[in-house]
Design a protein. Structure first.
Length: 579
């Protein structure tokens, strides 16, 4: 991506610092206060409750780290519970992917794996209890009519004509719903609360609907299913969840959450809301992610351009970096948008310490060193990771013909270009100084296709015995020993920080970045990566961090660029420390 103007960098710095300074973790404070006061008898039981209707994304990672982290910090437990109450959208594929993602992030639910479908019988009994108390009724209005009767934020709702049915009639109708007697959409069970409440969620919300769909766990046993609002709070109660931590959009649902538990006289959990994670250049909605996947705009849920955990993992992100990122941004009360530069900076911090250094040439230009002996090979000693004293060294073969990056040569060098050009001497990383003595061009196009050079054998290791200095250093790969590889260069999926910034009549897909993926087919890599397994990560010197793709094979290696070396956030951080 193009470098940012100073004024843009200043705005970015101010935005990032504001995010960090306002992200005090109030949730941990509330839990600590509850323990101190003896509420819940000092217990901490949290839960991560995903709906198995899609793959998890980094916003879910924030919730995972918060819920499991709270339990770990305060000596409690965290449940993994699937809120599987909508069989029209749920699949075992999603259940399995969610479990894989949570484990990969480093968390373990142990024996505490649950499903809302485990409680369908108990939830049905709870609904009967509400009917018997006169707090729920069967309504024959259709979905559109229910919305119309509900009213608006400025206009009160009006009562259903079926609201005053007798308890006996409601029990009979609800039993017949359970037995599958009625068609979908003909009846629903609604709570009887207050149709003029300023909170729309209390205007007789739907608790059960008829869905004659096969459930991925219970099969065709149930023709009716509880809504999320009904199943969620009661499942929390059944599991004796102490702190039900959820995102801010559920704040207006909390009165209903509390009302249901109070009316049922069951265990009372505490719902706490926090701001969801939003990232620049990214969409964080399952619906939109599914639209991108099913529309073929990306290559599946684990496409490395997506913010899904599986996509980030395939791209080369580490679980440690994601956990660190979630810790850095903290937990805020109000919605905000975090710059993706901070996520990338956190990843670089982690990979810089862990990733072995190798040399790779993504756009190769052949260099023949004419005074190097033909047929000879020698081993150049190169450090595996200067940031890790225990990483050791490796031998890199050097020969008469090597490849360098095309961008490291200019026939007519512009000002401040310090790399190779005719008559100029540069350093090959850890090897020798070379001087360009000739250029070979394609006779048809005039393109430079080969360089002729000489080397100074007294400069082994990249230093000169006579003390002369060169300003340019190039990575290189021996042509005889190079590994041919496909390299995929990923960029932001969207061209704008806010994908919703579109003209009237447009949608977020109008801002898709046509250059979010570039595939380079003729890359040359040093032979040390030959046997690297899928998931292995490296820093290609001067280029970026790369990961072996899951579809890579020894015969056809594929590397994904995880992140470039350029670090906007890191540069700002250094500037702040100097100031």
């Amino acid at each position: 991506m193009a470098s940012m103007a100073p004024e843009a960098l200043g705005a970015l710095e101010e935005s990032l610092m504001t995010q960090i300074e306002t992200s005090a973790d109030f949730v941990r404070g509330m839990v600590a206060d509850d323990i101190k006061s003896g509420r819940f008898d000092g217990r901490v039981i949290t839960r991560f409750p995903p709906e198995p209707n899609g793959y998890l994304h980094i916003g879910h990672a924030k919730s995972i780290c918060l819920n499991f982290g709270l339990a770990a910090e305060f000596g409690g437990v965290c449940h993994l519970r699937f809120d599987d109450t909508n069989p029209t959208r749920e699949e075992m594929e999603y259940v399995e992917s969610i479990q894989e993602d949570v484990r990969w992030l480093g968390w373990d639910w142990g024996e505490n794996l649950f499903y809302a479908s485990d409680y369908f019988g108990q939830l049905y009994d709870y609904a009967v209890q509400l009917i018997e108390k006169g707090k729920a009724y069967v309504c024959d209005l259709g979905a559109a009519e229910i919305r119309e009767y509900r009213g608006t934020l400025t206009a009160p709702g009006k009562e259903s004509p079926y609201r005053d049915r007798s308890v006996e009639e409601n029990l009979d109708l609800f039993r017949r719903m359970r037995e599958g007697e009625f068609e979908e959409g003909s009846h629903v069970l609604r709570a009887k609360i207050d149709m003029v409440s300023p909170n729309l969620n209390l205007r007789d919300p739907v608790l059960y609907r008829i869905l004659k769909e096969t459930h991925h766990r219970t099969g065709d046993e149930w023709p009716i299913y509880p809504t999320y609002d009904f199943a969620h709070g009661q499942s929390d109660s059944i599991e004796h969840i102490t702190h039900s931590v959820c995102t801010l959009e559920f704040e207006n649902h909390r009165p209903l959450y509390d009302w249901l538990q109070e009316e049922l006289g069951i265990y009372r959990s505490q719902q706490i809301e926090f701001a969801r994670l939003n990232l620049t250049y990214t969409v964080m909605s399952k619906r939109r992610l599914m639209e991108l996947v099913e529309g073929g705009y990306v290559n599946g849920w684990d496409d490395p351009r997506l913010p899904t955990i599986s996509g980030l993992r395939r791209r080369g992100y580490t679980s440690a970096a994601i956990r660190d990122f979630c810790d850095r941004i903290g937990v805020a009360r109000r919605d905000n948008t975090v710059e993706i530069a901070l996520l990338e900076h956190t990843l670089r911090d982690d990979l810089n310490k862990k990733a072995p250094r190798v040399m790779g040439v993504l756009d190769p230009l052949k260099v023949v060193i004419e005074n190097y002996p033909e047929g000879e090979t020698e081993q150049i000693i190169s450090a595996n990771n200067p940031e890790d004293n225990t990483a050791g060294n490796r031998n890199v073969p050097f020969s008469r013909t090597v490849y360098i990056e095309k961008d490291d040569f200019r026939e007519v060098p512009p000002p401040k270009f310090y790399r190779l050009s005719p008559g100029r001497e540069v350093r090959l990383k850890d090897a020798f100084y070379i001087t360009c003595t000739g250029v070979v061009k394609d006779e048809t196009t005039g393109e430079v296709i080969e360089l002729r050079c000489t080397y100074d054998p007294e400069t082994y290791g990249g230093t000169s015995a006579d003390g002369r200095k060169v300003r340019g250093t190039s990575q290189w790969v021996s042509a005889e020993h190079a590994i041919d590889a496909e390299v995929r260069i990923y960029d932001h999926l969207f061209m704008k920080e806010d994908p919703d910034d579109v003209a009237d009549g447009g949608d977020f897909k109008d801002n898709l970045n046509p250059d979010s993926l570039k595939v380079l087919k003729s890359c040359k890599l040093e032979q040390s990566v030959k046997d690297a397994k899928p998931g292995a990560r490296f820093q290609f010197l001067r280029t970026g961090y790369f990961c072996v793709d899951k579809d890579s094979t020894p015969e056809a290696p594929i590397f994904n660029r995880t992140v470039a070396l350029r670090d906007t956030w890191g540069r700002m951080d250094k500037a702040r420390s100097r100031g």
